[in-house]
Design a protein around this ligand. Structure first.
Ligand code: NAP
Length: 269
């Protein structure tokens, strides 16, 4: 199959590119540099904010992966309609099905709506929080400092970026039975449990952490200002009351269990 991948230098898009590179005719796009470790794919420099390249890039393509670059997806979707793209797979977010409103929910819902309105057959992949977010804890873990955690006992089924990408790759290349897939990891773990797994793996010592819930509620999450931090904080508060639910779509689509946290950390470090 001829497949076009946007965001190929990203965490998710990079894995999608590598998974499909051997068995399909892949064109990978990024704005600046070729994606690492995917020498056997064609690379084109293209910005989703630019209206020009997409009609030519999408011409004759069987399926395309769209990275949700906020505010910059309409040119790509218009081009997909123009060329009659057979299938679009969109990275979205589990935030779209949240009951309360947030900026993260509305930007992803807007992109989903652009795709729906285009008439192009679209599969929306909605992951929960990425395991990869927790790599931000590494410097403190390595130096033996306490990791600041808001709602340390909030439990979420964080998902491996490899599994999100494997689901996307399957949706691009196979017939699937739904237009929407929620994607989570195999179990809900608290932040402290996840931090302990990382600390065991990296230093073999007990994890050190500090509860910053009150400070974060007053001043926001350190290092994550604005709507993304507000969204994460609200999510953590909700998950502290009730663990977020697990979806079994990884197993259903891929025929194997989702990567658990211990296997994920062994793969990435
Ligand atoms: N982190 C989470 O917990 C979580 C949970 C659910 C959903 N999500 C969603 O997942 C997405 C993040 O995925 P990720 O971690 O794989 O992203 P990432 O690693 O930050 O990669 C971003 C990719 O998008 C490309 N890109 C950005 N703007 C672009 C533009 N204007 N035109 C073309 N390419 C552009 C970048 O390419 P360049 O090389 O050109 O910069 C890069 O390849 C976000 O939309 C987020 O809302 C995240």
């Amino acid at each position: 199959m001829k497949i076009l991948i946007t965001g190929a230098s990203g965490r998710v898009g990079g894995h999608v590119t590598r998974f499909l590179a051997d068995s399909h005719e892949v064109t990978a796009t990024t704005r600046s540099y070729p994606p690492r470790g995917a020498h056997q794919v064609a690379w084109r420099k293209a910005d989703l904010a630019d209206p020009e390249p997409w009609t030519a890039l999408l011409n004759d393509v069987d399926a395309a992966f769209l990275f949700p670059a906020f505010g910059h997806t309409q040119h790509f979707i218009d081009a997909a309609t123009r060329v009659g793209l057979p299938k679009l797979v969109l990275l979205s977010s589990g935030a779209v099905s949240d009951s309360d409103d947030s900026m993260i929910k509305s930007v992803h819902a807007d992109i989903e709506e652009q795709a729906r309105a285009s008439g192009v057959a679209t599969v929306r992949v909605r992951p929960t929080v990425f395991m990869a977010n927790d790599l931000a804890w590494l410097p403190a873990v390595k130096s033996g400092e306490a990791v600041p955690l808001a709602y340390p006992h909030a439990a979420m089924p964080a998902v491996a970026e490899q599994d999100i990408a494997a689901v996307i790759a399957a949706c691009l290349t196979q017939d699937v039975d739904s237009e929407i897939y929620d994607v989570t990891g195999p179990q809900s773990l608290t932040q402290v449990e996840r931090l302990q797994i990382i600390a065991n793996h990296v230093t073999g010592a007990d994890a050190r952490w500090a509860d910053i819930t009150d400070d974060a509620e007053r001043d926001g999450l350190p290092g994550m200002p604005g709507p993304p931090g507000e969204y994460l904080l609200r999510n953590l508060a909700r998950a502290a009351d009730e663990p977020a639910p697990v979806s079994f779509n990884v197993q259903r689509i891929l025929g194997r269990e989702a990567l658990d946290y211990t296997r994920w950390i062994n793969e990435v470090i």
